[in-house]
Ligand binder design. Structure first.
Ligand SMILES: [Zn+2]
Length: 404
């Protein structure tokens, strides 16, 4: 071992190699530092007087499978400039860290193909240490996304941890990056985002979101210039929910045993797009028979299929005429769930039509949501909310999406 090896292999420069010990399958390397290069860790002054030593150990880059410990009796000094007693500045490790910078970089490069658990076993350090290294790196790289260039965004909430805990996400629709992760849902969850957005002076043109008033009011208040687009994804989802409610209600009220069976059997078929119905399983025929015996359900189903055409009109004028027709038909249907849905559409007509100016949706957030589910499945330690938040902000780096 030599001082030169210390530098080239362990990233420790400006220190002297003293000795090495072999213990418990690992290697401990003792180093020292010339008095002439001592510096105050606070002000950098050389004008320092020795005040004893404090022995410390650092995880170093391993040699093959052998863990390496760097031992350094860190000089304590009195800085004549600050007038305080402290340890000297350490060049090869971050303040208060128990690993060298080279070790940290080694962990970061391996983390692209190894999980935290793999790394902790391979390097013989705690799970928490590896996680802290990754967390600090994430925080530095993605912790505070720049918002200044945001133009089109999507806002939506996702359920984490079995539906009780929510996060509100903001996605940059141009770069497909998550730029904000808010705790909870509703207007409060977005407050820190508006604050950061104001500071960034971003000029948001359009925001895609669902038809909930909480987000609409918050966006109207904080982005008075932006166009709000209530997106297709949520409209279709809401109508599907209404259709399910209707089927359930019909099932409950019908006395006819045969009709009950038919209604039960088509539960999922109602929500499928017609082109996705499976011919081998006779799904088309089964659905048609069910609709034949049940007028309200048939009407609701055809209206649902028709609504999709709202987003396929030539322009916003045609779309408006289409929407008003559709609303009139739904209101005339006499079916309560459709009437309430029609009322919702009427309230949001302008925001639905806004799609013709800004064809955006929260759809891309669904992809993000799926990646987050993968994260959760692999996550043995996302009880650390801040770490989980950082992992979400880093989702655009696919590798991080795939690994814990
Ligand atoms: Zn000082």
């Amino acid at each position: 071992m030599s001082t030169s090896l210390l530098y080239h292999c362990f990233g420790i420069r400006g220190y002297r190699y003293v000795s090495q010990q072999h213990r418990q399958g690992g290697v401990a390397i003792t180093i020292d530092q010339d008095r002439r290069s001592w510096r105050c860790s606070a002000c950098g002054s050389r004008d320092v007087r020795p005040k004893g030593r404090r022995p410390r150990e650092f995880h170093g880059v391993p040699i093959g499978t052998r863990p390496v410990t760097i031992r350094f009796a860190v000089p304590r000094i009195k800085c004549l400039k600050c007038g305080k007693i402290r340890q000297v500045k350490i060049a090869f490790a971050a303040p208060k860290q128990r690993y060298t910078n080279a070790f940290r970089d080694y962990v970061l490069s391996l983390s692209q193909c190894m999980t935290i658990l793999d790394l902790s076993l391979h390097l013989d350090v705690s799970w928490a240490t590896i996680k802290e290294i990754l967390k600090e790196d994430l925080n530095r790289r993605v912790g505070k996304p720049k918002l200044g260039k945001l133009r089109r965004i999507a806002i939506d909430e996702i359920a984490v941890r079995k539906g009780h805990h929510y996060l509100t996400l903001v996605l940059d629709l141009e770069s497909q990056r998550v730029v904000f992760v808010g705790d909870g849902k509703g207007a409060d969850a977005l407050k820190p985002f508006w604050k950061r957005l104001r500071r960034s002076r971003a000029k948001i043109e359009a925001v895609a979101m669902d038809m909930s008033w909480a987000y609409i009011l918050a966006a109207t208040e904080n982005l008075p210039q932006a166009t709000i687009v209530c997106d297709r994804f949520h409209v279709v989802k809401l109508l599907n929910d209404k259709l399910s409610d209707l089927r359930r209600e019909l099932y409950r009220t019908t006395k006819d045993g045969l009709e009950k069976d038919v209604l039960k059997g088509i539960r999922w078929l109602l929500l499928k797009r017609p082109e996705n119905l499976n011919e081998d399983r006779n799904e088309h025929q089964r659905l048609e028979e069910a609709l034949k015996v049940n007028k309200p359900l048939a009407l609701a189903y055809y209206l649902k299929e028709q609504l999709g055409e709202f987003w396929e009109q030539d322009d916003s004028e045609q779309a408006e005429a289409f929407l008003l027709d559709w609303i009139a038909m739904a209101e005339a249907s006499g079916i309560a769930v459709l009437k309430s849905f029609a009322k919702t559409l009427r309230q949001h007509a302008l925001r639905l039509l806004a799609w013709y100016d800004y064809p955006i949706s929260t759809g891309p957030l669904e992809g993000t949501n799926n990646k987050i589910k993968t994260l959760k499945r692999q996550a043995y330690g996302y009880r650390d909310d801040e770490f989980f938040r950082l992992k979400i902000l880093a989702l655009h780096e696919t590798r991080y999406a795939l690994l814990g």
